[in-house]
Design a protein around this ligand. Structure first.
Ligand code: ATP
Ligand code: MG
Length: 392
């Protein structure tokens, strides 16, 4: 029996003249992902994206999971294909549905005659298929008001599709429909989650990682590239820029008040992020900051860092508890990588008494002890770029 995937779009996307554009974009993304799982045909019609295996060797299970990670898709359904006649529809229903209905006690059938030349009306279609289900699964009862599971039979242009239950898609908006954001990606738990959340709103990601060799290791960089690859399974392939902060950190330690190390370093990070965003045409910066989580994330500290930014800074984790961030990190499979114990540049030279209520004027005075622009120029010259390809 032939099984295919039906993907339902999020509704917001479909309003107005952009509909065609979004549909093509989602179809293109699905076609790309499908190349990892064998030969598939991807088409769209009547607000549904069809993913059809071309032969037996296509891995529909793998494609199903990959399709569920496409932003802009709210639901993915595995459906059996029947010919557009009742004999075929009933035979397929009897064969295909029992596996999906085991473990449920009540059901109903929603028949939908999309093709008006089909001889049975929608209620007639529902009743016939309901009868076939009852004979194939005698443990089931019909409950039209609150069934545990709904069987759907859709007679469409080319074939009839039969399925039970729907699986949630990733939701959100297709990546690339809402500009490009530069994600400040550390090896921690929060920033991959922040990037994922913005990608969900349609933002195409590019990442920036600051390292501080020899204080940070090659493994720390590998870890960040792994995190980028994991986020890319939703957000798509991305460039990861790496900039060295070693010299800046050494100068800070030599010349500035220890209490301000972290804040000053974060202002350098912001300035370097401005420059990367400009060169690579990002329209916003993204960080994993969460209000009050650490000394550099109090409202005053965020104000001091934000003062350097020349782009909007999106901080989607700002109002989340650590527990909520961890939960999302597990869900998107970045957590286990994030907790690998490699040093981050922020944890090298951490002040013993960081300022939690810094005054901007005092921070700026401290900053003027060093040639800010010249140090940024030198750091920027260390920029290397890696291309992290999405693998599904
Ligand atoms: P995370 O878990 O994302 O590392 P955190 O709770 O450890 O966050 P900080 O280390 O203060 O908090 O960093 C706050 C934010 O600054 C991070 O979420 C990230 O966006 C950015 N950031 C911190 N360190 C780096 C780094 N080495 N490279 C790039 N961005 C960084
Ligand atoms: Mg961190």
């Amino acid at each position: 029996m032939k099984e295919i995937l039906l993907c339902k779009y999020g509704e917001i996307v479909l309003k107005g003249a952009n509909r065609r554009f979004f549909e093509d974009m989602l179809a293109r993304e699905m076609r790309y992902r499908a190349t990892f799982f064998g030969k598939f045909t991807v088409t769209h019609a009547q607000s549904i994206l069809y993913i059809e295996p071309e032969d037996e060797s296509a891995d529909i299970e793998g494609m199903f999971e990959a399709a569920r990670r496409v932003f802009g898709i709210v639901g993915v359904v595995r459906a059996a294909v029947a010919e557009k006649n009742m004999e075929s529809i009933l035979a397929v229903a009897r064969d295909y549905l029992p596996a999906y209905l085991a473990g449920h006690r009540t059901f109903k059938v929603e028949g939908k005659r999309g093709d008006k030349t089909f001889p049975l009306t929608s209620p007639e279609l529902s009743a016939e298929v309901g009868g076939a289900v009852l004979s194939a699964c005698p443990h089931l009862r019909v409950n039209v008001h609150s069934p545990e599971i709904t069987v759907r039979v859709e007679v469409r242009e080319h074939a009839a599709y039969i399925h039970a239950g729907q699986f949630k898609g990733a939701g959100g908006l297709p990546v690339g429909t809402n500009g490009k954001g530069l994600l400040l990606l550390s090896g921690g738990i929060d920033s991959p989650v922040a990037g994922w959340m913005m990608a969900k709103r349609g933002v195409k990601l590019e990442a920036l990682y600051f390292e501080s060799m020899p204080y940070t290791s090659e493994q720390a960089r590998e870890k960040v590239l792994t995190l980028a690859a994991k986020v890319a399974r939703w957000a798509g392939s991305m460039q990861v820029h790496v900039i060295s902060l070693t010299e800046i950190q050494q100068e800070l330690v030599k010349h500035c008040d220890e209490d301000y190390f972290t804040l000053l370093l974060r202002r350098y990070m912001m300035e370097l992020a401005n420059r990367v965003a400009k060169e690579h045409e990002a329209q916003a910066l993204i960080t994993g900051e969460s209000l009050g989580q650490v000394a550099s994330q109090t409202m005053q500290a965020l104000g001091v860092t934000n003062a350097v930014a020349r782009y909007p800074v999106f901080r989607p984790c700002i109002g989340m508890d650590k527990e909520e961030i961890v939960q999302l990190a597990r869900q998107i499979d970045t957590f286990d990588t994030s907790i690998l114990p490699y040093e981050d540049c922020c944890t090298v030279f951490t002040p013993r008494h960081p300022r939690t209520r810094p005054e901007l004027a005092k921070v700026e005075a401290e900053e003027q002890k060093l040639p800010f622009d010249a140090l940024c120029d030198a750091a920027y010259a260390t920029k290397q770029t890696f291309y992290v390809k999405a693998e599904f």
